[in-house]
Design a protein around this ligand. Sequence first.
Ligand SMILES: [Zn+2]
Length: 190
Amino acid sequence: MVTESSSELFQYTLDKNNHIVAVNQSFIQFAEQNAWAIELDAVMDKPLLSFIDGQETQIFTELLLARVREKQQLVTIPFRCDSQNCKRYLSMSISPMADGMLSFSNQLLKQELRTPLELAKETTHSINPQHKVCMCSWCNKFMIDGQQWAEVEAAIDKLDLFAANYREKYISHGICPDCQSLMMAGRSQV
Ligand SMILES: [Zn+2]
C-alpha cells in the first residue's frame, strides 16, 4: 500500500558548528512515531553528527553541509528512512541562512507497507568483518558483493540478513557510491 505525500515538513535548524538549535513539532512527532529515542532535551544543542551512524556517512554529511554554506544555495536530496514494516521515501532540503546557520526541511514523499522484516542487529562496534554487512544510511540499500548495492528484499538472501537464522550478522552504516555522487554534486532544486 502506498500512502501519498503529506505536506507536513519535519524541520530543524543547525548553527554554524552543526549543532541542533531548533526543531519543529512535526519533527518531534515523526521521531515519536518511529520510536526513536529522541526527546527535545536530548537533541537541542547537540551536534547533528552524533545522530548519524557510520564514520563515512558523517564525513559526507559534513562535506555536504560545508558545500551548502560555501555555495549559499539550497540543496535537495532524496533519502530513505525505512522502518521494519514500511519503506519511506523522503526528500531533504538544506537551505543556507544568516551566520552560517542551516535550515533542514524533510518531507515524506511516499510510503509503502511491506512484510515486516526482522533483520540482524545494528552495531557500531568493531567485529569480525565477515559478519558485518553494510547499509547505506541515505538510501537504505545493502552492499551485496563488495561493489553492488541492492534493496533489502534482494539483499536478504545473499547476505543472510534474517536475525532468526543468522544471529552473528551485524549491520553497519556507510554510504553507497550513488548517494556519494548525489551529495557531492549538490544538486540544487528550487
Ligand atoms: Zn545510497
